[in-house]
Design a protein around this ligand. Structure first.
Ligand SMILES: *Cc1c(COP(=O)(O)O)cnc(C)c1O
Length: 419
C-alpha cells in the first residue's frame, strides 16, 4: 500500500515525525517558479526585475530560498520588513508597500535602506519627503496607481474614481500628484506601480491596465515632460486550486504586456522604462501542502458525512474568508478508490470552518491523515490562534529530505505575551 509522497518524502512519515497539522513546503517547487521568472521574463527582456510579494508566505526559510535565486522582495509592513532583514534579505532589493504606512514604519524602512518605497497617497508623500530630508537621503519612489480595471468584469470604470483604498487614480496622478512628487526635494520619483488583482487565470486585466498606465504616461509627458524610469505591473498570477485550470506561465501575462509597452515606447519615441513584476501566490502557492489528522467521522441527519480534522480555520482561513476551494488527498489510503463524498470540517466553533465541501475521498477513520493541496500561499501568513489552536510546524522538503523550518507553537507560546 502506497502512502502519498510529496517531492520524494513520505507524507505519512512526516506527519508521524512532526505531528499535525503540518505545513510541508517544497524547496524545489519554489526554485522552479523563481527560475521560470528568469527564463520567461528576466532573461527574455532587458531592464526587468522580479520581486516576490512576501505577504503570501513569510517563513524565513522560504525568504532565504527566494533570496538565493536573486529575486527581490516586496513587504507591506514593519513586521514583514523585520522578518525579511532577519532572513538576510538585501535591503536594496526590498520594496516597501502599504496603503497606510506609519511614521515608525517609514523610519524603519529608511533606516534599513530599502530600495524602493511605493507611495500610496499625498499625506505619505509629504511625510516621506520630510523624513528623508531629516535623514539626509533622497528616497527612491514609485507612486501607486489604481488603474480602474475590475479584474472580475474586465471593465474600465471610466466614470469617476474607482472606489479602492489603494493608491492614486490616473486622474490624480496627471492632475498633480506626479508633479508634487517631482518637486519634493527628497523624493526621486522613479515611476509608477499598479496591481490589478489576484488569482488571475486570464491576462486581460494585466493588458488593459498596461494600456491605461501607458496612456497616463503619455498625457503626463505632454503636460509636464516627465518620463518614468520604472513601471511595476504588480502580481496576481493564478495557481491551480480545486476546479482551476493549470497555473499559467509568467509569459502568458507578461509577453503581451511587454509587447504593449515596447510598441508604445517606440511609437512615442520614449525610452522603455524598467519593468517589474511582483507575484506572490504564484511563487509559493503550489509549493505547499497541509497535512491533518482525521478525528471524528460522522454522518448527520441530513445525510452529510463529515470528516473532522485537527486544524482548519486557524491554519487556513481562506475557505471561510472567501469560499476558497481546495483539493484534498488521502495520505495513507492514497491507493484506495475515492468513492465517498464527504465534507472536511475544521475544528473551530464556527459553522463556516469547513476545509472542503463535498470532496471525494476513500473511506477514512480516526488516525488517518489527509493532505490539502496548494496551501503554500496565504495560509501560514494568515494563520491565527482562534480557539487557542497552536500554529502548525513547517517542514521544508528537498530531494527526499525534510528539515524543520518552524517548530509547532505550544500552549505556552500562545499565552506568553499575556500579563
Ligand atoms: C498582494 C500583492 C501582490 C501579490 O499578489 P498575488 O496575487 O499573491 O500575486 C503584489 N503586489 C501588491 C501591491 C500586493 O498587494
Amino acid at each position: 500500500m502506497g502512502n502519498m509522497s510529496f517531492y520524494g518524502c513520505d507524507v505519512s512519515e512526516l506527519a508521524s515525525e512532526y505531528g499535525t497539522p503540518l505545513y510541508i513546503i517544497s524547496e524545489e517547487n519554489i526554485r522552479e517558479r523563481c527560475r521560470e521568472m528568469k527564463s520567461e521574463f528576466l532573461d527574455r527582456y532587458e531592464n526587468t526585475k522580479a520581486v516576490y510579494a512576501s505577504k503570501a508566505c513569510q517563513i524565513l526559510e522560504v525568504l532565504r530560498i527566494i533570496a538565493s535565486e536573486g529575486i527581490g522582495l516586496d513587504v507591506v509592513s514593519g513586521g514583514e520588513l523585520y522578518a525579511a532583514l532577519k532572513a538576510g534579505y538585501d535591503p536594496s532589493k526590498i520594496e516597501f508597500h502599504g496603503n497606510t504606512k506609519s511614521e515608525r514604519e517609514l523610519k524603519e524602512a529608511l533606516n534599513a535602506g530599502v530600495g524602493t518605497i511605493v507611495v500610496d497617497n499625498l499625506s505619505e508623500l509629504a511625510l516621506l519627503d520630510r523624513m528623508s530630508g531629516e535623514a539626509g537621503i533622497v528616497s527612491s519612489v514609485l507612486l501607486r496607481v489604481t488603474p480602474g480595471v475590475d479584474s472580475h468584469t474586465h471593465e474600465y470604470i471610466s466614470t469617476g474614481q474607482l472606489d479602492s483604498k489603494f493608491g492614486f487614480s490616473v486622474e490624480e496622478i496627471i492632475g498633480g500628484a506626479a508633479q508634487r512628487a517631482q518637486k519634493s526635494p527628497n523624493i526621486d520619483l522613479r515611476g509608477f506601480h499598479y496591481h490589478v488583482g489576484s488569482q488571475l487565470h486570464d491576462n486581460s486585466s494585466h493588458i488593459m491596465a498596461a494600456e491605461i498606465i501607458l496612456d497616463m504616461l503619455l498625457e503626463l509627458g505632454k503636460k509636464t515632460g516627465y518620463e518614468a524610469r520604472e513601471i511595476n505591473c504588480g502580481g496576481g498570477f493564478g495557481v491551480q486550486y480545486a476546479g482551476d485550470p493549470e497555473r499559467p506561465k509568467v509569459s502568458f501575462f507578461m509577453d503581451p504586456v511587454m509587447e504593449k509597452i515596447e510598441t508604445f515606447c517606440r511609437k512615442n519615441g520614449m525610452e522603455r522604462p524598467a519593468v517589474t513584476i511582483e507575484p506572490g501566490r504564484w511563487v509559493v502557492g503550489e509549493a505547499g501542502i497541509t497535512v491533518y489528522e482525521v478525528g471524528a467521522v460522522k454522518t448527520n441527519a441530513a445525510g452529510r458525512t463529515y470528516i473532522g480534522v485537527d486544524g482548519g480555520y486557524p491554519d487556513n482561513p481562506r475557505p471561510a474568508l472567501y469560499g476558497a476551494k481546495y483539493d484534498v488527498r488521502a495520505v495513507e489510503k492514497a491507493d484506495l478508490p475515492c468513492d465517498r463524498k464527504v465534507t472536511v470540517a475544521g475544528k473551530c466553533c464556527e459553522s463556516g470552518d469547513i476545509v472542503a465541501w463535498d470532496v471525494m475521498l476513500p473511506e477514512l477513520s480516526r488516525g488517518d491523515h489527509i493532505a490539502v493541496l496548494c496551501t503554500g500561499a496565504y495560509n501560514h501568513s494568515m494563520a491565527n490562534n482562534y480557539n487557542r489552536v497552536p500554529k502548525p510546524a513547517v517542514v521544508v522538503v528537498n530531494k527526499g529530505k525534510a528539515r524543520l523550518a518552524a517548530r509547532r507553537e505550544t500552549y505556552e507560546d500562545m499565552i506568553r505575551l499575556e500579563l
